[in-house]
Ligand binder design. Structure first.
Ligand code: BEZ
Length: 235
């Protein structure tokens, strides 16, 4: 798809817009190169800035966790390739931050001087900045559907434990046909949705009533152990 100013912003449930881009790991076709994987496409405002540096060091340090969850990370800013390369080298060679050092960013970082990809994904939000992307995070499932979108302003770094929790939550939604309550983490009780609700495949019609705890007729939960959740993640 060609990006231009009249592109509507992608929404949850939409197919991820496709594009070809130059990255620090070569040319990629997104999302086509990552068939069968979860994808997190995220933007940052600018290379060589402090909040972005802290974010990249944190995300890159957690890269093995996302790999184990069958998730490809792809970053983007409206900087050029040589800026990206110089910034990532500086991070690796010079920055020690919160116990992280020698941090190598192995996932692709898209150069987007044209802003084509940033516009395609609604990452340019002119009220915040006309010239750089906001901190956007798109969670895209193995069928290339957008499942969650987060936006943060320029001045506030993201919580990467929350990004990992959301990915695990989406995979748990899909694998167990359950909804997840506030602050859910693996091992916490899950919500058994009434038939036909919440867009999940399974429901209370599946004969699971015996295992359920009901707070009221519309609010029933059951237990799924942390081990059981973890055994099905990454699918
Ligand atoms: C930062 O990453 O530190 C930053 C980037 C753009 C505007 C403000 C802060």
């Amino acid at each position: 798809m060609e990006a231009n100013v009249v592109n509507p912003m992608p929404r949850i449930g939409d197919n991820a817009p496709s594009f070809t881009a130059v990255t620090t790991q070569g040319v990629i076709n997104f999302p086509g190169d990552y068939q069968g994987k979860w994808k997190i496409l995220f933007s940052h405002p600018a290379d060589f800035t402090p909040v972005c540096t802290s974010e990249f060091m944190t995300f890159a340090s957690m890269a093995d966790d996302f790999e184990a969850l069958n998730c490809q990370l792809v970053g983007l800013s409206v900087d050029g390739l040589y800026s990206h390369i110089a910034w990532l080298r500086t991070i690796k060679d010079k920055i020690e931050y919160k116990g992280m050092k020698n941090v190598e960013v192995k996932f692709p970082l898209i150069e987007d001087i044209s802003m084509n990809v940033a516009k395609l994904y609604g990452m340019i939000q002119p009220g915040e900045s006309q010239t750089s992307a906001v901190r956007a995070v798109f969670f895209i499932d193995p069928k290339d559907k957008i499942r969650t979108i987060m936006y943060y302003p320029l001045s506030l770094g993201r919580n990467f434990d929350e990004i990992k929790r959301v990915l695990i939550g989406l995979q748990t939604n899909d694998n167990f046909g359950v909804a997840l309550p506030a602050d859910w983490c693996p091992g916490d009780e899950v919500i058994v949705p009434p038939a036909g609700s919440c867009g999940v495949a399974k429901s209370r019609m599946d004969g699971e009533e015996a295992e359920m705890k009901c707070y009221d007729w519309f609010f029933c939960t059951k237990n799924i152990s942390k081990e059981e959740v973890e055994s099905r993640l990454g699918k």
